[in-house]
Write a protein that binds this ligand. Structure first.
Ligand code: FE2
Ligand code: FE2
Length: 277
């Protein structure tokens, strides 16, 4: 099918009038099977940015949450209050878990900043599933992505509390959107906590498609050290990727490395960037 993805929220904004940037991520997806919103940013700017970019938030058939982190879920309440109608919200069952970011010896809550009941009274109809699933013809959510590479090990500062103390959050709930287009798969990541290579390989395996038309979103590669960054870039280059658009938790240095390696196939995501397939 055909798809158009417009970046509504990202860490960077330039070239579009009336929008704000924030540490967060949200993408408006227009497809032959209807419109969807992937993630909602950290809060306070999604309705403004949608209006400034001329996309019709009211038209969405569902909200997809890539994972529970507040920079992806913090705008959910205002989207519900804007819509004022029941709306499916697709995510992994781990959406409401407690998690923390360890920074300078402090633990900051990093999960969804709302209680489920509050969101439900505002119209959220949660559809939570860990499986790879098709929510519309040709549009899949990966669900939990198997960790198959040796080097995509996640972020040690992201933790959950267990009886024995804090342990690294495996972030098993991280999911991505996969859309089949004529030119191959169109993949939109949240933060790729599961690993961008793991995610793409899983999408290819489950759909039987070997071409990646476009992959865009956060890669987390700027936060994970040089080994993971370089091994990921090496394995990404071995895939058939037509367009690689990165931002959010990618960081400038990792983005520049990928720009070097992918040349004209590289796009720097920012608020207002449009990807079509
Ligand atoms: Fe994020
Ligand atoms: Fe995240």
């Amino acid at each position: 099918m055909k798809v158009k993805a417009t970046v509504l929220i990202d860490n960077y904004a330039f070239g579009s009038h009336g929008v704000f940037a924030q540490h967060g991520w949200a993408v408006f997806l227009e497809t032959d099977q209807g419109n969807y919103l992937l993630d909602t940013g950290a809060g306070k700017i999604i309705v403004n940015n949608a209006q400034a970019l001329g996309v019709d938030l009211d038209s969405i058939l569902g909200i997809i949450l890539s994972h529970h982190h507040h920079d992806h879920t913090g705008g959910l309440l205002e989207v519900l209050e804007h819509l004022r109608r029941p709306i499916p919200v697709y995510a992994h069952p781990g959406l409401f878990k407690d998690s923390f970011m360890r920074k300078d010896g402090e633990f900051r809550h990093s999960g969804i900043p709302f209680r489920r009941e509050v969101l439900e009274t505002k119209g959220a109809c949660f559809d939570l599933d860990a499986a790879f699933r098709e929510i519309a013809p040709g549009l899949w959510l990966t669900g939990a992505v198997p960790r198959t590479t040796s080097y995509e090990l996640g972020e040690p500062r992201q933790v959950i509390r267990q009886e024995e103390g804090f342990i690294q959050d495996p972030l098993e709930e991280d999911l991505s959107v996969v859309i089949r287009t004529e030119g191959g798969l169109f993949v939109v990541l949240g933060c790729a906590h599961a690993g961008i290579v793991n995610t793409l390989r899983y999408a290819m395996e489950r759909t039987g498609e070997t071409r990646i038309h476009t992959v865009c979103g956060g890669t987390h590669l700027g936060l994970l050290g040089e080994t993971q960054r370089e091994e990921s870039i090496r394995d990404l280059k071995a895939l058939s990727i037509g367009c690689l658009g990165v931002s959010h938790c990618t960081g400038m240095q990792a983005a520049l490395r990928m720009a070097q390696e992918f040349g004209e196939r590289f796009v720097f995501c920012k608020v207002g960037a449009v990807f079509a397939g």
